[in-house]
Design a protein around this ligand. Structure first.
Ligand code: SAH
Length: 375
């Protein structure tokens, strides 16, 4: 457990490839490709381009990965199309459920043995999928279980999309209590730093918002990108024309503490991260969410609440307080209820919109990579 606050390992931000440590890449999949690329891939098989649209419909609209059910395609072609466009990317190692089956965490094994998690959470009015963008994470935040093991590799676009599609399938089949349903929200709050795997993550977001059957037909505002604060990438995200919700994992309003809690802060300071966030609100018109894990006697002092309120005042912002989910062996724990209440009260006094995050899935370590870490 890295708890040496004097000497956090320096993170290595930036792009890596999808190549696994064993030197292989995940198979190229329909969900990695634009519509035009899919048609090219089908032409390369010597088949007419409309077959690409048929397979897209089966995958994104019918959510079917079983070529036997692709009845509008001649039986003799189905397997070769599936082989070329929808190769299997991951297998479920185990699924843990809680909240009477409405919270479901999947542990996936990828082609090279890398493990990642996704969590489905069904609420009365929506279904949220929490997805991973990397196997492991290189950001090294000392309170986060995923951060402790370091980065294994980036996920491909299709490996990210498949997590959402798998949840959509469970809902469509009626396997989640509450009747058949659809995924309405996606949060990049599983394993990994999404903006450190920028290209693949943007590709996945495009597949989510592309109209059905070219993609999943979701609304961009239902997608939340959560980041430690990779400033150049936040600025780039603002230019994509996809107004996803931006969540910044701040966790401290002052550089001195944030340097230790979110080590990438030694590269981009609180003021730079917040400037990039305000630029995002200006360009997209979207309210930014500030994530703040309340850690007992570390970042939950009343003066820090006041400082946070001061730094956020007058902005299109909302604070999401997360009671710390303690990682095994950590000496850190969630704030006392009275300190949490006082923190909320001071933010509200400062005119800041604030909510305390619901801690669903805690019994199944739904918050932060603990199942994969234990495997
Ligand atoms: N790398 C991205 C997204 C993954 S983590 C990011 O840092 O934003 C999603 C959220 O869970 C982040 O706000 C992260 O700081 C928070 N988190 C991680 N470990 C936690 C823990 N043990 N308790 C509470 N929140 C945690």
């Amino acid at each position: 457990m890295t708890e040496d606050l004097e000497n956090p390992r320096r993170p290595v931000p930036g792009e890596l490839t999808f190549t696994s440590p064993k030197g292989r890449k995940p198979r190229r999949h329909l969900a990695d490709m634009s519509g035009a690329e899919r048609r090219e891939a089908v032409s390369a098989l010597g088949l007419p381009e409309f077959r690409a649209d048929q397979v897209s419909r089966h995958y994104f609209a019918r959510l079917s990965d079983d070529p036997a059910s692709w009845t509008d395609i001649p039986a003799g072609l189905r397997d070769s199309l599936a082989e070329a466009l929808t190769p299997p990317l991951m297998t479920s190692v185990r699924e843990l459920t809680t909240d009477s089956g409405t919270t479901r965490k999947q542990l996936w094994r990828l082609f090279d043995g890398a493990l990642v998690e996704s969590v489905l959470m069904r609420y009365p009015d929506r279904v949220t999928m929490c997805v991973s963008s990397q196997a492991g994470c290189g950001m090294n935040c000392p309170f986060c279980a995923t951060g402790q093991a370091g980065l294994t590799r980036n996920l491909s676009t299709a490996e990210i999309v498949e997590q959402v599609v798998a949840g959509a399938r469970e809902l469509a089949r009626g396997e989640v209590p509450g009747g058949t349903g659809r995924v309405s929200n996606v949060v990049f709050m599983g394993m990994g730093e999404p903006l450190a795997n920028y290209k693949a993550v943007i590709g996945a977001v495009r597949r989510m918002v592309d109209k059905s059957p070219e993609g999943l037909g979701m609304s961009a505002r239902g997608i939340t990108m959560s980041t430690v604060g990779l400033v150049p990438r936040i600025r780039e995200l603002a230019t994509e024309g996809i107004p996803v919700t931006l969540a910044v994992s701040l966790h401290a309003p002052d550089d001195e503490l944030r340097d230790t809690l979110v080590p990438v802060n030694t590269r981009w300071k609180v003021s730079e991260v917040l400037d990039a966030a305000w630029n995002y609100t200006r360009v997209t018109g979207r309210r930014v969410s500030i994530e703040y894990a309340l850690i007992k006697d570390i970042n939950d002092q009343a003066w820090r609440a006041d400082l946070l309120a001061k730094r956020l005042r007058g902005k299109l912002v909302h604070v999401n307080l997360i009671p710390l989910n303690p990682t095994p062996g950590s000496k850190w724990t969630a704030s006392r209820p009275e300190d949490e209440r006082e923190f909320v009260r001071r933010l509200e006094l400062g005119g800041i919109a604030v909510t305390v995050r619901d801690t669903r899935g805690r019994e199944i370590d739904g918050a932060c990579g603990q199942l994969a870490a234990a495997e």
